[in-house]
Design a protein around this ligand. Structure first.
Ligand code: COA
Length: 265
């Protein structure tokens, strides 16, 4: 790892090969998302997205207990109807930005992923949990509902039945159960979490960056429209890639029996 960026107070950002690693770093508060974390995550995304070298973003939590244990309840307590709506919109905007980013995003869930923490993970492309991780949307127990996209993304990821059960009971589930219901892609021993995530990042980074970004767009846009419109989106994306230098390089490399050298053009 290199390039640890000290300009953030609540995040640690470092880089390796094609990978940016962002840790929410308030371990004494189990990495709860306060306003400063949300602002700094926006700044960090500006920085990472501006450099095409970074293709994969891995998000994790500082310390060894939590990924993120939710939005900061100390800040939530003072909200009223107007400021509450604005606060929800602020978190939603950030997570939607993350979801639509050209970066391929991996949530490395290294402990509690509760409330806004699970919502953050849900906005990532894949979720890998350490086997001690605990996941849930316990907001109803605080008299509120998830406000950073949880009521919308959870049923899209795991279906209405499982989502409603989690939302209405506020139950916290273990990593193994999260795998069973499709909430996370896989659960791994905690000492292997970063290594597994890095190897996924390496696999993704070997592929054409335009192609990975197009696959992500086609998948996400297609999920929120009809099959016919989704197929039209796929055909448009496929056509665009057919005129890319990466397509030429990928196929030439295959025929020449060598690894491709993609340039993202
Ligand atoms: N917001 C603000 N602070 C939080 C927090 C959150 N979402 N989650 C944890 N913390 C803080 C605690 O207040 C505590 O701070 P303190 O040491 O200054 O008192 C510190 O993090 C450690 O948490 P603690 O509750 O003492 O640890 P625990 O091991 O007993 O319990 C949890 C761990 C995750 C079960 C518990 O912290 C919890 O339920 N957190 C809230 C989860 C939640 O409801 N999230 C949704 C919010 S919308």
């Amino acid at each position: 790892m290199r390039g640890v960026d000290m300009k953030y107070k609540t995040l640690i950002l470092c880089y390796q090969d094609h990978l940016a690693v962002l840790s929410v770093n308030r371990p004494d508060k189990l990495n709860a998302l306060n306003n400063q974390v949300l602002d700094e995550m926006n700044q960090a995304l500006d920085e990472i997205e501006a450099n095409p070298q970074w293709r994969v973003l891995l998000i994790s939590g500082g310390g060894d207990r939590a990924f993120v244990a939710g939005a900061d309840i100390g800040e939530l307590r003072d909200l009223n109807a107007r400021s509450g709506k604005k606060a929800a919109e602020k978190g939603q905007k950030l997570f939607r930005r993350l979801e639509k980013s050209h970066l391929f995003t991996i949530a490395a869930i290294n402990g509690y992923a509760l409330g806004g923490g699970l919502e953050l993970a849900l906005a990532c492309d894949v979720r890998v949990a350490a086997d001690h991780a605990v996941l849930g949307l316990p907001e109803v127990g605080l008299g509120i509902i998830p406000g950073y996209g949880g009521t919308q993304r959870l049923p899209r990821r795991i279906g209405r039945g499982h989502a409603m059960m989690m939302l209405a009971t506020g139950t916290k589930i273990q990593a193994a159960q999260a795998v069973q219901i499709g909430l996370v892609n896989l659960a791994v021993p905690r000492d292997q979490l970063m290594q597994v995530c890095q190897s996924i990042a390496t696999e993704v980074s070997k592929n054409g960056p335009l192609a990975v970004a197009a696959a992500k767009r086609a998948l996400d846009q297609g999920l929120s429209t009809s099959l016919d419109e989704g197929l039209a989106i796929e055909a448009r994306e496929f056509g665009k890639l057919c005129s890319s230098a990466d397509r030429t390089e990928g196929m030439t490399a295959f025929l020449e029996k060598r690894a491709p050298e993609f340039t993202g053009r």
